[in-house]
Write a protein that binds this ligand. Structure first.
Ligand code: ADP
Ligand code: MG
Length: 273
């Protein structure tokens, strides 16, 4: 078992993990057979903890998150190992049960919020949709809840923006809308896959601050995926360094920064301004 001591709170190490990944190996079908792009990955995330996966483009970060969400195309991909969320063994759930987990227990935000928002519907309706699928709310209750969520992600004049369309929001504001949608189901785990990569540096900082604040308020665990060591330093308690499908180093973020040993970790650190 790995040392899961977090710098946030030493006691989190003794709480049952929210997510536990054991020997995850994900492969894709190729002309010459199955090719693994994530190999033997094991880690867990405690309640309220943020674990970062850092690595260059193509190292297998997104495939890891898509494996946890079971969003890879069946037939073309193979996921081996164990993924546990709370009491559930995700790889043994039916598709129907897994849809329930995706709608309720895990939420995900991505790099480019525009691709996840439908351009022809007002954003208030889209957030309300995320709510009413899982709760039986009346229209006026849903509207009040959407406003509460928009306020929670610090969108100014939240109530008046319900009927606006995605293109009327800036990139940073759209990411806030996506975070509001992700919070709608009160997930146990938030997976953030490069959520700030497409944003200007000052906006990046605001979104990172927002995620940290919301994590404190909501108590969720966060899996934060990034290629940027500067972002890792900002957000994570523990960090996994991934290189071409393998975890090459794992530890508290403080350890990785001050005592990282693997040559690839050292190279990533040398690139931090
Ligand atoms: P990143 O760390 O940049 O998120 P990915 O997890 O997206 O990297 O990709 C890891 C590797 O898996 C890459 O070599 C990529 O080309 C490959 N890959 C990703 N998705 C697929 C797919 N659907 N089919 C085949 N190969 C894939
Ligand atoms: Mg990726």
């Amino acid at each position: 078992m790995l040392d899961v001591t977090s710098r946030k709170d030493e006691t989190t190490a003794r709480l049952a993990p929210v997510l536990s990944v054991e020997n995850l190996t994900t492969s894709f079908r190729t002309d010459s057979g199955w090719k693994s792009v994530v190999r033997n990955m094991s880690f867990d995330i405690a309640p309220r903890e943020t674990v970062a996966i850092v690595g260059e483009s193509g190292s297998g970060k997104s495939v890891t998150s898509l494996s946890i969400m079971r969003l890879l195309q069946k037939g073309a991909s193979r996921i081996e190992g164990k993924i546990r969320l709370g009491g559930k063994d995700l790889l043994s759930l039916s598709d129907e049960e897994m849809r329930g987990v995706r709608g309720k227990d895990i939420a995900m935000i991505f790099q480019e919020p525009m691709t996840s928002l439908n351009p022809i519907f007002p954003i208030g309706n889209q957030i309300a949709e995320a709510l009413t699928v899982h709760q039986s709310l009346t229209r006026s209750q849903a509207r009040a809840e959407v406003t509460r969520l928009l306020e929670k992600v610090r969108i100014p004049n939240a109530a008046s923006r319900f009927d606006e369309y995605p293109h009327q929001f800036s990139g940073g504001m759209r990411q806030r809308v996506m975070i509001a949608m992700a919070l709608a189901s009160r997930p146990k785990l938030l997976i953030a896959d490069e959520p700030t990569t497409a944003l200007d540096v000052t906006i990046q900082g605001q979104i990172l601050d927002l995620i940290k604040t919301l994590q404190d308020e909501e108590g969720m665990a966060v899996l934060f995926i990034t290629h940027d060591m500067g972002v890792v330093a900002e957000v994570s308690d523990r960090t996994l360094v991934m290189f071409r499908g393998d975890i090459v180093e794992m530890g508290t973020t403080d350890d990785i920064f001050h005592r990282g040993k693997h040559p690839y970790t050292r190279a990533l650190l040398a690139a931090v301004p």
